[in-house]
Ligand binder design. Structure first.
Ligand SMILES: C[S@@+](CC[C@H](N)C(=O)[O-])C[C@H]1O[C@@H](n2cnc3c(N)ncnc32)[C@H](O)[C@@H]1O
Length: 246
């Protein structure tokens, strides 16, 4: 098993408090990084935000039949040894598949803001003995990922649910390694219907200094996979100009 992030919760907290130096168990949740910019400093999104109604976009069987994860993992050029953060990992459709692709020298950081979702995902990670997966509890404005730890951050079918998108995108910047990329997969449709229109996505990413480097259509022209290069440094939150939905 690869060493996991420092564990600050549950049974592992008891180990830490008692001074034991055991490796973190598979499936334990941590909040690894110090907090970034506070949520109050960011402009609110000038558009609706979709509610969190499920921990998965669709059943894994249907997604596998469509070959979703294999296609996305190939399009993104994910290789052994990379560290991939699955932000809003939910029930974990991508987690085991990413773990297999990055291999024992790579790492998958399965992140979410919902503690119960992460606990369930932790049980799955233990059950499937995924030794290269760590779990991180984030906040709506801050993914709480360790500095310079991530080669690729993936946000799959969740961008429209981010209550504070400017905060999440800005606080993600320090976690990215040089040359790192941020990939967003979503429906090209209205936010209340659990999508993010292309123009809105482009505007919000540009507002935080991200540059689009690739765009793929996944299903006809209804679902996209957009890839962005993060800025070298996050802008001061007060300088971010919010976008409006058309
Ligand atoms: C519809 S599920 C998608 C889960 C998974 N990515 C998939 O493709 O099946 C959306 C997930 O995003 C999480 N989420 C919502 N806002 C978030 C945020 N700001 N940061 C991290 N996760 C978030 C939710 O808790 C939920 O588990």
């Amino acid at each position: 098993m690869l060493p996991l992030l420092a564990v600050l919760t549950g049974a592992a907290m008891a180990l830490a408090v008692s001074g034991c130096s055991a490796a973190a168990p598979e499936g334990a949740v941590s909040s690894a990084a110090p907090p970034g910019f506070a949520t109050e400093r960011f402009p609110r999104p000038q558009r609706p935000v979709a509610g969190i109604v499920s921990d998965q976009w669709a059943s894994e069987d249907s997604r596998e039949r469509a070959g979703e994860a294999a296609r996305v993992i190939d399009l993104l050029g994910i290789r052994p040894g990379m560290t991939v953060a699955d932000i809003g990992a939910g029930a974990g459709y991508y987690v085991g598949r990413l773990a297999q692709r990055v291999g024992p020298k790579g790492q998958v950081i399965a992140q979410d803001i919902d503690r119960r979702t992460l606990d369930r995902l932790g049980q799955r990670v233990s059950r499937e003995r995924l030794g290269n997966v760590s779990l991180v509890l984030g906040a709506p404005h801050d993914p709480r990922l360790a500095p310079r730890s991530v080669d690729l951050a993936m946000l799959v079918h969740m961008y429209h649910e981010i209550a504070q998108p400017y905060g999440l995108l800005a606080n993600l910047v320090p976690a990215m390694r040089p040359g790192g990329r941020v990939a967003i997969l979503d429906v090209d449709g209205p936010v209340p219907a659990h999508g993010t229109p292309r123009a809105l996505l482009s505007c919000e990413l540009a507002a935080v200094g991200y540059q689009e480097v690739a765009w793929h259509w996944i299903e006809g022209r209804s679902i996209y996979l957009a890839v962005f290069e993060p800025p070298a440094a996050a802008p001061e939150p007060e300088r971010i100009v919010p976008c409006r939905a058309e």
